[in-house]
Design a protein around this ligand. Structure first.
Ligand code: NDP
Length: 327
């Protein structure tokens, strides 16, 4: 009988998560499946910033949440025979016993594209970028779009979609190498927020201000951007990674007077709330990749046992593009 490994929370995160907050646990892989059930083995697993928040609503001892792409290794379900590849949110597990196949996500049409993209450009981060720009911000040709967290999984795609839609795109990222890559992707302006003054950089390249802001980071960067939004500017709050490790709640200063006097629209958006629409975005992303209009990068960590390191790397900027673990 083989063994399944899975990562659990050993202790709730206090501030920055630590390796010692995670525990690797083993159990037997079930063999006597009931009708309709299956077992799958992880091929690629996703690490994402939202997992930092998971500790706040999870109990110690619970498996860490997350999506993966897996191959079916045992099956009593005709729809998913042995060898089928599936995407599911079963957490940081090497093997999953699926009792209810309705929990399996629909796989995107990948064609020749690599399987791991199911967790990136053809998955949750890609869909976030696509629907944020087209459905939430409703970005228009000629507008100035600013993206923070720009060299990450969502940001690098959001900026490129902005270019496809005919916008001027400004990106902020945390290293010179990332800034160089953003320029290669076609961003009009890119800056290292650790070495350059965010506000002055925006003033220089967008003296009339920013129409749309795709916010991944919150904190000081967003403070500086909101100050430089144009009248009737639109901002979507996707994440706030600069505050995820704070142990106390941020208490401002909040820019209510800027929101009022500029008549800004600020929208929070969670991609999992529009799961039924993903197929539309997946089709378009695949076409843009095929046409050479959309490029992607993955930072792949080898080995299921390195899931915590890959996850922690998100908070120190180790990844460029999508962070994925190859099991
Ligand atoms: P990324 O691939 O962008 O990885 C995280 C990146 O954040 C790091 O590489 C690092 O890049 C940057 N970062 C880390 N700490 C800070 C900090 N203190 N200040 C500024 N930047 C920091 O992750 P994703 O693209 O997957 O996610 C980006 C954001 O979008 C996250 O906040 C996430 O929670 C959110 N998100 C929201 C979704 C939704 O549905 N609302 C869906 C998916 C993601 P650098 O070197 O540039 O600092």
């Amino acid at each position: 009988m083989g063994k399944c490994k899975f990562w659990t929370l050993r202790s709730n995160f206090q501030g920055q998560a630590k390796l010692s907050d995670f525990q690797l646990v083993e159990e037997d892989i079930p063999t006597n499946l009931k009708d309709g059930e299956l077992v799958c083995e992880a091929l690629y697993l996703s690490v994402d910033p939202y997992m930092r928040l998971f500790s706040d609503w999870s109990e110690v001892g619970k498996p860490v949440v997350g999506e993966q792409v897996a191959r079916v290794t045992d099956s009593k379900n005709a729809k998913y025979p042995v060898g089928s590849v599936i995407r599911l949110s079963s957490g940081w597990r090497s093997h999953t016993h699926v009792k209810d196949v309705s929990t399996i996500d629909v796989m995107p049409e990948l064609g020749d594209l690599p399987l791991s993209l199911t967790l990136g450009v053809m998955g949750m981060p890609g869909m976030t970028a696509y629907f944020t720009l087209l459905d939430v911000l409703k970005i228009k040709k000629g507008e100035t779009l600013l993206v923070s967290g720009a060299a990450g999984a969502v940001g690098s795609l959001a900026g490129q979609i902005g270019k496809i839609m005919g916008c001027t795109v400004i990106g902020f990222a945390g290293t010179n190498a990332k800034v160089k890559w953003l320029k290669e992707l076609g961003f009009d302006h890119a800056f290292n927020y650790k070495t350059e003054d965010v506000g002055k950089s925006i003033d220089r390249v967008a003296p009339d201000g920013v129409h749309c802001y795709c916010d991944m980071v919150g904190g000081e960067i967003s403070f500086q951007v909101i100050k430089r939004m144009r009248d009737h500017g639109r901002m979507v709050v996707l994440g706030s990674i600069s505050t995820y490790n704070n142990s106390t709640e941020t208490t401002g200063p909040y820019l209510f007077s800027d929101i009022l006097t500029k008549s800004l629209t600020i929208t929070g958006f969670i991609i999992f709330n529009i799961r039924e629409k993903w197929h539309i975005g997946e089709k378009q992303m695949a076409e843009w990749i095929k046409e050479g209009k959309l490029k992607y990068k993955e930072t792949i960590t080898n080995g299921f046992e390195h899931m915590p390191e890959a996850f922690l790397g998100l908070f120190s900027g180790e990844n460029t593009g999508k962070a994925v673990v190859k099991a």
